[in-house]
Design a protein around this ligand. Structure first.
Ligand SMILES: [Zn+2]
Length: 501
């Protein structure tokens, strides 16, 4: 029997589709893409899931504003999110929409599986539609939602509640022991202190009427629809076939130890507490890691339509190309903190790291190799016409290098890179790769491979070897550039990778 590869499952959060995707969303899905591609290179079976959250009340409101049906709005906007696959060169395996039958079936199944912890009561509370969540008075800032700076709606109705309080101790143990590990530590601490402040039962439905009839009906009570988060969170198992208890669900969720959720800091509570509690209640397996990234700001401010500072990933890629956008977001933005986008910073990084750093090194080495190859073949033609087979003096990418210092430098880089990626430190993995690039630049200056000498061939072969390794390291980050470099190393035909801007 063939040996089975290790399985690796990862998901992004599902964005709301009331607006088109912005660069903050691009950051999350690009981070996820790097992880997916890296694990595929490790010869693991990877399942990378993303999709769209379409049952939210804010979609209903957005549709009303635009004077179109909700269905039409979510279809149009979900398509735009899916288009990022080509624009940003994403490698996700599945794209789940929460209006799909497989999702609705799974969400209702999860509800039924949690039934023993669900009860009905009248409730009066402050609801932020932006967050799709109730707030307590003391959680508001000057009466406004801390996330959206808007006044929440006062809602009074009879809803279904979930006994979250029952899971307080269990959740505390799970988070503290890293049974479900929250990365980074500062976010883990945040969740522990939230649990310690005391968990109250949460409202997990709303009147269908308040949701304008848009949403998933509560099983056995069509007057109510599922709370958006109860509905949306279940996508992580529904895409694997939870609804029909498929073999895939068993293999990828229940029996799989390698499950990662990637989420933004604003929705950690839903993943680190509510989602885990729902899974406990339904007696399902838990995710292994929740990685929490920060926000992308635009010139120092939160991106918002009203401020007119939203960065559109489609425009960005059109102007600069896909890999420069991927590079900037992964290199400039600290993975677990907020990071800032400005066009000036973008162009500085582009010119310094991509045009001058990587692009320049590849062009120099490929040009040197091409010149040497021409010389050698001229000599060979003169010396012996018609000799066959590989010339031992051929300019090629050696499978190994005899240069111990270079060997050591590459090994050191690979180790740092591996460690950084295991901790989701995308920027550090790139920094170590660029250190290897500078090492090669210095090697060229020192060894002067453009001068004819006995060593010329071995110097150039060493550089080709190093570049081949650099291309390998870049593969999860800049897949297209990595391919281009490998092709140039093979054909010895130099073509500018990143023209200066
Ligand atoms: Zn809010």
């Amino acid at each position: 029997m063939a040996k089975k590869n290790k399985k690796f499952y990862l998901s992004t959060a599902l964005p709301y589709v009331n607006e088109f995707p912005h660069a903050g969303w691009a950051l999350e899905i690009i981070q996820a893409d790097v992880i997916a591609r890296y694990h595929r290179l490790l010869a693991e079976d990877v399942f990378f899931l993303t999709g769209t959250d379409e049952n939210s009340l804010k979609n209903v409101r957005a549709a009303e504003e635009e004077g179109m049906s909700v269905k039409k709005l979510v279809d149009r906007n979900a398509k735009k999110f899916h288009e990022l696959k080509d624009i940003l060169n994403l490698s996700f395996n599945d794209f789940i929409r929460t209006t799909e039958e497989r999702h609705i079936k799974g969400a209702q199944k999860l509800w039924k599986a949690c039934q023993k912890d669900i009860y009905k009561k009248s409730y009066r509370g402050l609801y932020c539609v932006g967050c799709e969540e109730f707030y307590k008075e003391n959680e508001l800032e000057n009466g406004l939602c801390p996330e959206h700076k808007t006044r929440p709606d006062l809602v009074e109705e009879e809803n279904y509640f979930f006994r979250l309080s029952k899971y307080q101790d269990k959740l505390k143990t799970i988070i503290e022991s890293d049974e479900a590990k929250i990365i980074p530590q500062v976010r883990k601490n945040e969740i522990i202190s939230f649990i310690n402040s005391g968990l109250e039962d949460i409202c997990i439905s709303r009147l269908s009427e308040r949701g304008r009839g848009w949403g998933i009906p509560v099983p056995g009570d069509p007057s109510q629809i599922l709370w958006t988060w109860f509905d949306a969170l279940s996508n992580y198992v529904n895409a694997l076939g939870y609804g029909e208890n498929s073999k895939k669900f068993q293999e990828w969720w229940q029996k799989n130890e390698n499950k990662l959720h990637i989420v933004g800091k604003g929705i950690l509570r839903f993943h680190g507490i509510y989602w885990i509690a729902f899974l406990l209640s339904a007696k399902l397996a838990l995710p292994k890691i929740i990685f929490v990234h920060g926000y992308l700001t635009s010139a120092g401010q939160k991106m918002s339509k009203s401020l007119g500072n939203v960065i559109d990933p489609f425009e960005l890629v059109k102007k600069y190309g896909c890999d420069p956008v991927r590079y900037f977001l992964l290199r400039e933005i600290p993975p677990t903190e907020d990071g800032d986008f400005t066009y000036q910073k973008f162009e500085e990084r582009y010119n310094a790291d991509l045009a001058s750093g990587l692009g320049n090194l590849v062009a120099r080495v490929v040009t040197l190799a091409a010149e040497l190859k021409t010389q050698k073949s001229n000599l060979k033609n003169r010396a012996s016409k018609g000799s066959e087979g590989e010339d031992e003096n051929e300019v090629f990418i050696a499978p190994e290098t005899q240069n111990l210092k270079l060997k050591e430098e590459i090994k050191k880089t690979q180790q740092k890179y591996k460690k950084a990626l295991a901790e989701f430190k995308f920027n550090e993995a790139l920094i170590s790769t660029w250190d290897l690039i500078s090492f090669c630049d210095k090697y060229i200056e020192r060894e002067r491979p453009w001068e004819k000498s006995e060593k010329q061939l071995s110097i150039i072969n060493n550089l080709l070897f190093a570049l081949d390794n650099i291309a390998q390291l870049l593969q999860p980050f800049l897949p297209e550039t990595s391919e281009k470099i490998k092709k140039q190393l093979k054909t010895k035909k130099s073509q500018p990778l990143f023209p200066r801007i």
